[in-house]
Write a protein that binds this ligand. Structure first.
Ligand code: GUN
Length: 291
């Protein structure tokens, strides 16, 4: 079994972006990071994005509206960033507080600054295989992990567990694309799929993004499969000082014994998501400024 080292691959991408950004003669690429409220996980994710932007030589602008912000106020804030010529990419960290319609906020972000790839125009471009669009960072990161570890999906059966806008749906669309690293046959399974294990057992590559801690067990996996674990859950663990630990959607101790390659958690998909956000921001900078 080979561990797919997301930290290493993400830092390779960061180094490539740093070299690219160093060639720009004008201002640095800038990403606006909008975080509403004080969700502990969101604080940590946004911090990672700030740090990687700084490491690459990009600038970031942290915007921290209060948890009480209204839908209209948040839309007005996004409008301001859309109109700001100094901002290349805009990220509004999900999840947003309950009363806010998240999809409406994602739609409000100008498509040409939508480095998260959640705007309908960018989702449409993904379906049309138009390379000028932005692809959501987690699925883009998964494809990059596979490509950089020499796993082509061509002719393989990819089973995507989960149908979210952020991961499942775009991951499936990428895997079926007509290119050398994709060309997969894809099945999307989800919480309403009957006899889920009968599908996951057919997977040559299993992308687990169902959001249930350690849901995928060894009996659900074909020996020799490649396993991509997208989940992040906190579970009780009496052996830890904090009483909890982070785990993925895959039961790592048993699945890692029978698969050929697997992403660890942490250190797998997570760092790639941040790296791809930076890659999308550099792409937005180039496209919007004709660099
Ligand atoms: N929350 C979890 N993943 C993501 C992501 O890729 N983008 C945003 N904006 N929020 C997230």
């Amino acid at each position: 079994m080979e561990l797919i080292d997301g930290n290493k691959i993400a830092s390779d991408i960061a180094a490539e972006l740093k070299a690219e950004v160093a060639t720009f003669t004008g201002r640095r690429p800038c990403i606006a990071l909008v975080r509403v409220g004080d969700d502990a996980a969101s604080i940590s994710y946004v911090k990672k994005k700030e740090n990687m932007a700084a490491e690459i030589g990009m600038t970031s602008r942290l915007v921290l509206p209060p948890v009480s912000i209204t839908q209209d106020e948040l839309c007005a804030l996004v409008d301001g960033l859309n109109a700001d010529a100094g901002v290349d990419g805009i990220l509004v960290q999900s999840p947003l507080p309950k009363p806010i319609d998240e999809v409406a906020v994602f739609r409000r972000i100008a498509a040409h600054k939508d480095v998260d790839g959640f705007h309908p125009l960018n989702l449409g471009k993904l379906a049309q295989e138009d390379p000028t669009g932005f692809v959501a960072c987690t699925p883009a990161g998964i494809m990059e992990l596979l490509r950089r570890t020499g796993v082509s999906l061509a002719g393989k059966h990819v089973v995507v567990l989960g149908r979210s806008l952020i991961v499942g749906k775009p991951a499936a669309l990428l895997a079926v694309q007509r290119n050398q690293w994709a060309n997969a046959t894809v099945t999307i399974c989800h919480s309403q799929t009957p006899d889920l294990a009968s599908f996951t057992r057919q997977a040559d590559v299993l992308i687990a993004a169902i959001g249930k801690a350690e849901f995928v067990t060894a009996d659900m996996v074909k020996p020799g499969a490649v396993i991509i674990d997208v989940g992040v859950s906190r579970v009780p663990d009496a052996t830890k000082k904090t009483g909890t630990r982070l785990t993925g959607d895959v039961h790592f101790p048993t699945v890692s014994k029978i698969c050929s390659k697997i992403t660890p958690m942490p250190g797998g998909v997570g760092p790639m998501t941040v790296a791809m956000l930076m890659k999308n921001t550099v792409k937005a900078y180039r496209q919007n400024n004709h660099v």
